[in-house]
Write a protein of this length. Sequence first.
Length: 311
Amino acid sequence: MYDFRARRVVAVAISFAVGAALLSCGVNKKEVQEAKTSVYDAEFAIVFSAAVAATRELYPRVEEDARTGVIKTAWHQVKFNDPGADDPKSVQSRDQTAGVGAASPGGALGYNPSLARRINFIRFDVHVAGGRPWRVRVIGTASQLEPGNALPTELRGANKPHWLPGRVDALTVAIHRRLRKYAQAAPTFVEVVEEEAPPTPQVGGDIPEGARETAQAIVAALETRDYAALRATCADDVMWSLGAAPGVDGAMAMWQADPGVFAQMRKAIAAGCGQDGEDVVCPVGAARGAWQLRIAKRGGAWKLAAFLTVE
């Protein structure tokens, strides 16, 4: 839940201190690219602990779950969005001039002339996923509280603020710096684009027709980058990492953050599918460390149930 007790000027100053720390950490494009393309060859406990420590240093209120490999921050205030209201010292000075201080009876939001503006908030989900070497992915979310509204509104799509990617990069780099000695370049995948793709993707293998239709729908969604259609093929409890809790939201977030996974998904289906008990796997007999896609029945319908590397 949002914490609106931090509406006083002191709290605003603290939030700006966090922002200043982010801006002063010396992040550059080369380091950001290195952080985003690294995996970490260390025990899970080492990687997860470093991610928790780096996150907590910048955003103190966090929830961590080593079982799922997920770290979630609370909503933290960023800054006012109106021009000229970005400096907390200037805000405090104007309030004092107006006779309204942080401890004054009129200091509540809606009366204080400086605080009655749009207020930005940010939160992060940090995922330590895969297997050794571990991937670390940072997903940032922004919201904004407008005067008169009871709750902030999440900022999506074209409304995403310009400062969000930079703060995501800053946290990604902060985690990377703690794990640099374990870092190695993540494998890259070259997508092969066929000049002429068949209108209806064909899936080989002796499998039930319903499972074949689902596999074909997955391929079609991948070829057109239709992520909504891909999501529709997934089971609610789809498994996407051995180190994370099953779920379609986490799966889609992580897959879209690493498009190379989609290339491996297409490759797995193209290799042919076959029965594995009551389920269907693509490909059959995948080697250790190779990607394998599993389609299983959920409520009478065939759904993408897992996409994992074979242990």
